[in-house]
Every structure is written in structure tokens, then in C-alpha cells.
Design a protein around this ligand. Structure first.
Ligand code: HEC
Length: 477
């Protein structure tokens, strides 16, 4: 059976034959300057002929290798053409160099011709080297630990000491791409014409154009690919390869939505608590590519969400990430949506089984939308900070009995609104920073929600002898 890709795999070995043989032919040509080598002259056409034949063989195996689809992109195109031209030059050279041929009679022209051939061989060889070893491979050894020179073996993720102080791209996003994408989108292979190994390559995009739209994660081809169901042929990384973890997807979504900055630290870019808590997994000794953030999700499995609905929501800018693909749970982020959040929430109602995290920070959410939110009865995390909700909307939240984290910062709510949270027995973290809740109300807030950690943005509970709640708060576990 004829196996194109197997023969194609011989290409990297075969290319050494024409290189060696044609260089030898060129060398002999110049040795003719010395009398004592001239007896070797008749060998030159023969050696060139063998060189030309092996060059043709290299072209054939190269074309087969290309047809296997492993390689594409500009770098391959220029290597291909320079290789074909080299084979052509070598053949022409052989014909002209034969006895009685055009060059055979003029040693000076023959030497000049050999220079052209040698130049063509070296350019092709160098461009070929770029493909297997990465661009600029010749100079790599010259820089001690050059950023670009570091060979990635695609396996290890270096943990960071503190996520907040880490450089978002260099220490996190870049590492995820190096470990999970660069084997197919890097120096050696550019599947889809895309390289993900440095800033300019990432921004250049692939053969279908740009893959990142800074500030708009949901519109970015790169994130869309990560979010496709694993069995979709366009899902990245392809199903049989190591997949991204929840923290990887969360990281990339956060990074693109914050403008895909290549220099700043996480802190400089800005990150909310709930995203930060997921990214903390990159911290510390045990953080490796395989170590994943395991969010608390309900025990039972839920049916998979309707892919058509997810796709429709995604085209409207809703970022929907699987939290635990095995169980079917989802998180949704409506920060960059193209129409009013209230109406999108209506379309999202069929996800009431799957949706457990919902992020609406800074959106145009109103009390009407809160009614829709109460339909997502399994919600564990809800971020409705900096929105237009009021106490009336808060009344709807009383149905969210599984809620553990709630962010209300910057909302126009008062203590009256908080009263509706009383039934939320599982609430563990509440942010009421910058709301209309007055300092006078704070002691009551603390006693109302005594089991929750409450972020009041600086307000400290005055110590009272009679205040048993304080005792509860500080007791040792
Ligand atoms: C095992 C190889 C492999 C790995 C690993 C891989 N990809 Fe791909 N990628 C491909 C192939 C093949 C294509 C072209 C076919 C297609 O468009 O689906 C592609 C295409 C793409 C494209 C579309 C480029 C364009 O313009 O058409 C994007 C974006 C992409 N990959 C992103 C990623 C990201 C991000 C990762 C890592 C998380 C990744 N890929 C890991 C093989 C891979």
C-alpha cells in the first residue's frame, strides 16, 4: 500500500543528500583552480547529476510531507519553492556542465554557476531548518536563555509565586499556549497557518484571519474554538490531545476580554475575586498543567445543554464556559453582549439546569432581569455588581437557595433589599461595597447573614461586649 505520509516523513533525512552532494560538486569546481586537482574534472558532471537526482527526490518527499497536512503557512511555501528552484538549478547545471556543454568549456562561468547553485542550496536548507527548529534556529545557541530560544517540550507548566503579581501573558497565557497549543501552532508546525508562540504571531492570526479580538472574548476565534464541544472537528486542542482545564479557559477568556495585554501583570490589568480564585490554582508547588481547579459543583449530573442554543448565545457575545464537562455544568458571562441583558436572560432560561455561575457585572441588568435570574435555581455564584438593580429585584433572589457567592458592589440597594437574602443558608461570601447600605445598618447586616463573609469596603464592626456574633466570627475551627 502506498502511504504518502510515511514517505513524506523521509524528507528530513533525504534532504541531507543533495545538500552534501551539491556542496561537494561546487567545492570541486573551485578546486579546479589548482592544477593538481584538475584530473578530477570529469567527476563533476557525475556528482552534479547524483546531486540533482537526490534534490528531485527531496522535492517529491517534501511535497508528500506537505500534502499530509502537518505543515502549512508562508514558511512552508517559501521553502517549497526554493527547493523546487534548487532542483531546477542543479539539473540545469548538470546539463550545462556535461562534456561539450555550455559551462564545460568556460571554467570561470562554471565556477560562477556553482556559486548560484550553492546559494540556492543554502537558502533552501536554512528555510527548511526554520521549519523544524523554529525561526532563527541558527542563532539560538548564542543567547544563554533567550526567551525565543527556549525549546518547549510541551509538558511542564512553571507555577507562579503569586497570581496577582504574575505577568498575564508571559507567566500564564503564554505558558498555557506553550504546553497545549505550540506543538501544532509553533515553529515546527503551523496548523491552520497559525502560530501561538509569541505576541506578533498570535496577533497575526491564522489562514482565516485574526484569532483574537482584544476586549471581545466571545468574538475571538481562538476562544470560540476552545468552547466548541470536544467532538466538533474545529474544537481546540483536537480531542485526542491534552485539553485545557477550567482555569486555562477562564484565564484566556479573562485575558482577551481585558484587552489581551502582553506586558502587564494580572493586578495591573485588573481581575475580579471570583476569576482570581480560579486562577490561584496556577500558584504554588503542586500547580502543573494537569492540576486543575475543581470547583464545587452539585453531585448529580445534568443533561448537556442544547448546542444550537449555546451557539446562538455565543454569537450575541455571551461567553459560556463548561465548568465541569463531565457533569454538564456551565458558567456564563454577559459582560460583552450585544443587546440588553434582560432580554438575553429570557433566551437563556432553557439553561436553568446547567447554569451555576452567572456574571453580569457592569451590565444594563434591571429588576426585570432579576426575575429571569431567579429561574436559574441552581446558581452558586452570581455577580450583579455595578448594575441597575434595586431592592425590588433583590426580592427575586430569595429563590436562589443554593447561592454561595453574591456580588452586589456598586448597586443601588439598601438594607431592605438584603432582607430577601435571609433564606440563603448556603451564602458564604457577600460583597456590598459601595451600595446604599448605611454604616448604621451594618451591625444588623452582620447579624442577619451571620455565616457569610461580608465585604463592606472598609466598614469595621465596632466591638461590643454583648456581641456574640463577633465571637462566632473569630472562633478557631
Ligand atoms: C494536535 C494539533 C493541534 C493542537 C495541539 C492545537 N491545534 Fe489549533 N489547529 C489544528 C489544526 C489541524 C487546525 C486547522 C484545522 C481547523 O481549522 O480546525 C487548527 C486551527 C486552529 C485555529 C484556527 C486558525 C485559522 O485561522 O483557521 C485556531 C484559532 C486554533 N487552532 C487554536 C488553537 C489553540 C488556542 C490551541 C491550544 C489550546 C490549539 N489550537 C491546539 C491543530 C492543533
Amino acid at each position: 500500500m502506498f502511504n504518502a505520509s510515511l514517505i513524506g516523513n523521509l524528507h528530513p533525512a533525504i534532504v541531507h543528500l543533495p545538500i552534501g552532494i551539491l556542496v561537494l560538486a561546487g567545492l570541486l569546481e573551485w578546486l579546479m583552480l589548482f592544477r593538481r586537482f584538475r584530473s578530477g574534472a570529469p567527476l563533476i558532471p557525475l556528482i552534479t547529476a547524483i546531486g540533482a537526482l537526490t534534490a528531485i527526490l527531496a522535492c517529491i518527499t517534501g511535497l508528500l510531507l506537505e500534502s499530509s497536512g502537518e505543515y502549512d503557512g508562508d514558511a512552508v511555501t517559501r521553502h517549497k519553492w526554493s527547493g523546487l528552484i534548487t532542483a531546477l538549478i542543479a539539473s540545469t547545471y548538470f546539463v550545462a556542465r556535461r562534456k561539450g556543454g555550455l559551462l564545460g568549456m568556460f571554467p570561470n562561468r562554471a565556477r560562477l554557476g556553482s556559486l548560484v547553485m550553492l546559494a540556492s542550496v543554502s537558502i533552501t536548507g536554512h528555510w527548511g531548518g526554520d521549519l523544524t527548529h523554529g525561526s532563527g534556529f541558527l542563532w539560538k545557541g548564542m543567547y544563554p536563555t533567550g526567551k525565543d530560544g527556549s525549546e518547549s517540550n510541551g509538558s511542564t507548566f512553571r507555577p507562579v509565586a503569586d497570581v496577582l503579581q504574575a505577568k498575564a501573558y508571559q507567566d500564564l497565557v503564554g505558558q498555557v499556549m506553550t504546553t497545549k497549543c505550540v506543538s501544532c501552532h509553533g515553529p515546527s508546525k503551523q496548523k491552520g497557518g497559525l502560530r501561538l508562540d509569541d505576541q506578533s504571531q498570535i496577533l497575526n492570526g491564522g489562514k482565516n484571519g485574526i484569532v483574537i479580538t482584544p476586549g471581545f472574548a466571545a468574538n475571538s476565534e481562538l476562544l470560540k474554538r476552545l468552547l466548541l464541544p470536544p467532538e466538533d472537528e474545529h474544537h481546540m486542542p483536537p480531542k485526542e490531545k491534552p485539553q485545557l482545564s477550567l482555569q486555562d479557559r477562564t484565564l484566556i477568556e479573562w485575558w482577551i476580554s481585558k484587552g489581551a495585554d502582553f506586558n502587564k501583570t494580572v493586578k495591573e490589568i485588573g481581575i475580579d475575586d471570583s476569576t482570581l480564585s480560579i486562577l490561584r490554582i496556577y500558584q504554588g508547588e503542586q500547580a502543573t498543567a494537569s492540576h486543575t481547579y475543581e470547583p464545587l459543583v452539585p453531585e448529580e449530573n445534568v443533561p448537556d445543554a442544547d448546542p444550537a442554543l449555546l451557539e446562538k448565545l455565543r454569537t450575541q457575545g455571551v461567553v459560556i464556559l463548561p465548568i465541569d464537562p463531565a457533569k454538564g455544568y456551565l458558567m456564563a458571562n454577559l459582560i460583552n453582549v450585544s443587546r440588553p441583558v434582560d432580554s438575553i436572560l429570557i433566551d437563556m432560561q432553557p439553561l436553568s439546569d446547567q447554569l451555576i455561575w452567572l456574571k453580569l457585572s457592569g451590565s444594563d441588568l434591571t429588576d426585570a432581569g432579576c426575575k429571569q435570574i431567579s429561574g436559574f435555581r441552581r446558581l452558586i455564584r452570581l455577580q450583579v455588581d455595578q448594575t441597575r438593580i434595586t431592592d425590588a429585584g433583590m426580592a427575586e433572589f430569595s429563590k436562589l437557595i443554593s447561592l454561595e457567592r453574591l456580588n452586589l458592589a456598586g448597586d443601588s440597594i439598601t438594607f431592605q433589599g438584603l432582607l430577601h437574602l435571609k433564606a440563603m443558608k448556603s451564602l458564604s461570601t457577600l460583597n456590598i461595597w459601595n451600595t446604599r447600605i448605611s454604616n448604621e445598618d451594618m451591625p444588623e447586616v452582620f447579624s442577619l447573614l451571620s455565616s457569610a463573609k461580608i465585604d463592606t469596603g472598609g466598614y469595621k464592626l465596632p466591638f461590643l461586649d454583648t456581641d456574640t456574633m463577633i465571637m462566632k466570627d473569630t472562633r478557631k475551627k
